[in-house]
Design a protein. Structure first.
Length: 64
């Protein structure tokens, strides 16, 4: 959410560093068997999600 607007992104890199709320984080899981590169990408999702939560928490703190 950005203000009262729901904004969707299909590329993580496109997500701005300024937003209000994460509504859904659903990375696309590639079909098995996974390559080493795919495993590395899957393993990075947790850190990426945590980064989005830090941005959201910082945004929430500004509005209080």
């Amino acid at each position: 959410m950005q203000g009262d607007q729901l904004v969707e992104y299909d590329q993580y890199e496109d997500i701005p560093n300024d937003f209000d709320h994460v509504i859904e984080f659903l990375p696309e899981i590639p079909p098995e068997p996974h390559s080493r590169e795919q495993h590395e990408e899957i393993d990075s999702w947790h850190d990426k999600f945590l980064r989005l939560m830090r941005i959201e928490n910082a945004s929430s703190s500004k509005t209080r």
